[in-house]
Design a protein around this ligand. Structure first.
Ligand code: MV4
Length: 501
């Protein structure tokens, strides 16, 4: 039995976890830093504990402070969310050593998958195809060159302790190889305190497709189908969808089985994700396993009907999975857009600050997972993601048109956001046709970053009102017709608003 869960996280995911806990009748404890006193997760939790200064290194990342907060509040379990301590095996060990339930896999599973070289070895043994490349760790330059000759150019050099693109080097020419090898090594040492690296054949234009798995402590393992996450920039996902436009029923069955085999090979428990690269000929290769709940989990929830957080909690409490593989199916299509407080017209610079006005999309087939509200000030200290907009449709086309109308409804004033940029993606014919790979943003950058043909009004509707008031106060005659500057403005770059007075 779990009666009280401490959520070792902040932002939208903390809110998301609290919601499932409340529906299960489980008490909740929020932890918060100085900057998060007014965060929604603090308001929604039954109890909240201050854990230190704003920088995460002094609050959300301090294992001992989190465990201490759980002990003080009598929480019997800790949910780590994603990011922060969610894939920290030592944290899982520390939590369990205090007789607190860690809602997640065993520490050994986290360790094995956190080390990408050991993950490749284990997957190979389990019959899961990995990208052609090195087995074990590369020691000397001589060995590396020998490996290079057997794989053939181009190759990717990756850090064993890395993941998500950190410490990666792409090498096209033999003459660049040793330099890249050594810089990858030193970068990995500086970032992770570990200079172990491995080499893979470079897959030119892959799709990033991942499978959601759930495993209980009784040996039951199921998969909840795939998510396609190929639309990314600088290794940050922007749009995810399920089903994948390139998936076939046969491939889905086969990759699903491999995902289950992958989870079994590390005695996995809880919710996890097996990431694959899929090439143009539908060859698939294991890339990494994520041993946590992922940002994009809601699209899987939408098409399968499974509340993944509730399942995580049930599994951690020792219960058997609430679903069998045979009863799961994909109902329709789901899309997720990540909404960031950043400025696409200024190299995606973070744009934290005060939310002056916000209207979020609603209606049939729409879900927003967020944590901001009118009057909330987004802190500078954390990830700039504001919310996730998820739409469902009976078909992919319906999910896309519903996403577009939802993005049109989304109105945020006070900060810059990625909303207009996402609208542009939704209207690119290749995206609508499902024709995209991991190079989509670069391929379409001309269109995506083209200047607006109208002045976009991303600031305040009240500017117009102020201007009209000014005209009135200054007794400027307009004959009831909006004067030039006002009438040319468009709201949200889409809906022409005619203002009369
Ligand atoms: C690759 C690859 C091509 N070949 N590995 C990027 C993130 C990290 N998880 C692995 N990544 C890649 N690994 C081989 N052998 C291409 C990428 C990659 C990528 C993968 C998924 C989504 C977007 C990407 C963007 C650039 C590179």
């Amino acid at each position: 039995m779990i009666r009280k869960v401490l959520i070792a996280n902040r932002g939208e995911i903390a809110v998301r976890i609290i919601r499932s806990c409340r529906e299960m009748g489980i008490g909740t404890v929020a932890v918060f830093s100085d900057a998060d006193r007014k965060s929604l997760h603090v308001r929604y939790a039954d109890e909240a504990i201050h854990i230190g200064p704003s920088p995460s290194a002094e609050s959300y990342l301090v294992k001992e402070k989190i465990v201490e907060a759980a002990k003080r509040t009598g929480a019997d379990a800790i949910h780590p969310g994603y990011g922060f301590l969610s894939e920290n095996a030592d944290f899982a060990d520390l939590v369990r050593s205090e007789d607190i339930i860690f809602i997640g896999p065993q520490a050994d599973s986290i360790r094995l998958m956190g080390d990408k070289i050991s993950a490749r070895t284990i997957m190979t043994q389990a019959g899961v195809p990995v990208v052609p490349g090195t087995t074990g760790k590369i020691t000397g330059e001589k060995e590396a060159l020998k490996v290079l000759n057997s794989i053939g150019l181009p190759v990717m050099i990756k850090a064993s302790a890395g993941g998500g693109g950190k410490g990666m080097r792409l090498v096209y020419n033999q003459k660049d190889f040793l330099k890249a090898l050594n810089s990858a090594r030193s970068e990995s040492m500086a970032a992770f305190g570990d200079d172990a690296i491995y080499i893979e054949k470079y897959i030119q234009s892959p799709h990033h497709i991942e499978f959601q798995v759930l495993a209980d402590s009784h040996g039951n393992v199921i998969h909840l189908f795939e998510r396609e996450c190929s639309i990314q920039r600088r290794h940050q996902k922007i749009i995810e969808e399920t089903p994948s436009p390139i998936m076939t029923p046969e491939l889905r069955r086969e990759m699903g089985e491999k995902a289950i085999a992958a989870a079994r090979s590390v005695n996995y428990e809880g919710a996890g994700t097996i990431e694959f690269l899929v090439d143009d000929n539908l060859n698939y290769y294991f890339l990494e396993m994520n041993t946590r709940l992922q940002v994009e989990h809601p699209i899987t929830e939408r098409v399968t009907g499974v509340d993944l957080v509730k399942e995580q909690i049930r599994i951690a409490a020792g219960k058997e999975l609430g679903y069998r593989q045979e009863e799961l199916f994909q109902d329709g299509h789901a899309l997720e857009c990540r909404i960031y407080a950043e400025d696409p017209d200024n190299n995606f610079m973070p744009s934290p600050g005060l939310i002056r006005k916000i209207t979020e999309p609603m209606g049939f087939g729409v879900r927003t997972d967020g944590y901001v509200y009118e009057g909330y000030e987004i802190p500078v200290y954390y990830d700039p993601m504001i919310s996730k907009l998820i739409t469902w449709g009976k078909t992919r086309d319906e999910a896309i048109t519903r996403m577009l109308r939802s993005l049109e409804e989304y109105y945020i004033m006070g900060i810059r956001t990625s909303i207009d940029f996402l609208k542009r993606i939704m209207e690119i014919p290749d995206f609508v046709k499902g024709k995209y790979d991991t190079h989509f943003i670069e391929t379409h950058e001309k269109v995506l970053f083209a200047p607006y043909d109208d002045m976009p009004l991303t600031e305040d509707l009240s500017m117009i009102v102020a201007y009209l008031e000014y005209l009135e106060k200054a007794k400027i005659k307009t004959n009831g017709v909006p004067s030039q500057p006002v009438s040319n403005w468009k709201i949200q770059n889409r809906n022409q608003h005619l203002v009369r007075w």
